[in-house]
Design a protein around this ligand. Structure first.
Ligand code: ZN
Length: 202
């Protein structure tokens, strides 16, 4: 399986990192070795002094598809969750300045924390709230209505380049409020008011 991630999908997050607003979705991929299952601790890697959390809505692909029109995109997922796109911001800044690919900063081991999946039933995916609490304080309070590209538009775009396969995950971008983690932090993610994700930083 693969993990497809969307960058710069919320205007307020683009502004907080002083990035340009893209004219089409920014895409990158993490390997399956990046996955960290819900409840397991996240160990900060030695190569970074500045790991950031990025809480994101995640959809799980349920059947193969290529060049999927957005009207048919809902047929390709039944389950959603939250994930944290852990990012070595210092490494990423160096790579970006040199115009190099982001993989060392985004695709390292356990950089894709994944929560427990739930049915999409009962949710309006383009209109739901999600939040990350760090040590009991809300640090990210996102709303999917603020996405530049909706889940279905993302699937349409991504599947032009990459064949989607059963079990693939799509991380749909992070809202504003990203920040640094430190040893001992407790991170908990909620979709609407349902807790779906939890990890402790070591
Ligand atoms: Zn992200």
């Amino acid at each position: 399986m693969k993990i497809i991630c969307i960058g710069r999908n919320y205007a307020a997050h683009i502004d907080e990192l002083n990035n340009e607003r893209p004219s089409e979705p920014v895409i990158f991929i993490k390997p399956d070795s990046a996955l960290l299952r819900n409840g397991n601790p996240f160990v900060c890697p030695d190569f970074s002094q500045n790991i950031h959390y990025e809480l994101e809505l995640v959809v799980k692909i349920k059947k193969p598809g290529k060049a999927i029109p957005r009207a048919f995109a809902p047929d390709y997922y039944d389950e959603v969750s939250l994930g944290i796109d852990m990012t070595a911001r210092d490494v990423q800044d160096t790579l970006k300045a040199k115009g190099l690919p982001w993989e060392k900063s985004k695709a390292f081991d356990h950089s894709a924390v994944i929560g427990t999946f739930r049915s999409k039933e009962g949710l309006t995916l383009n209109n739901c709230r999600f939040r990350l609490e760090k040590n009991g304080q809300i640090v990210q309070d996102g709303h999917t209505s603020m996405m530049l590209w909706s889940v279905d538009e993302i699937i349409e775009h991504v599947s032009q380049y990459f064949m989607l396969k059963t079990g693939d995950y799509i991380y749909t971008g992070t809202p504003a409020g990203v920040g640094q983690i430190a040893s001992g932090d407790q991170l908990v993610g909620f979709l609407e008011d349902q807790e779906l994700l939890q990890t402790t930083v070591i």
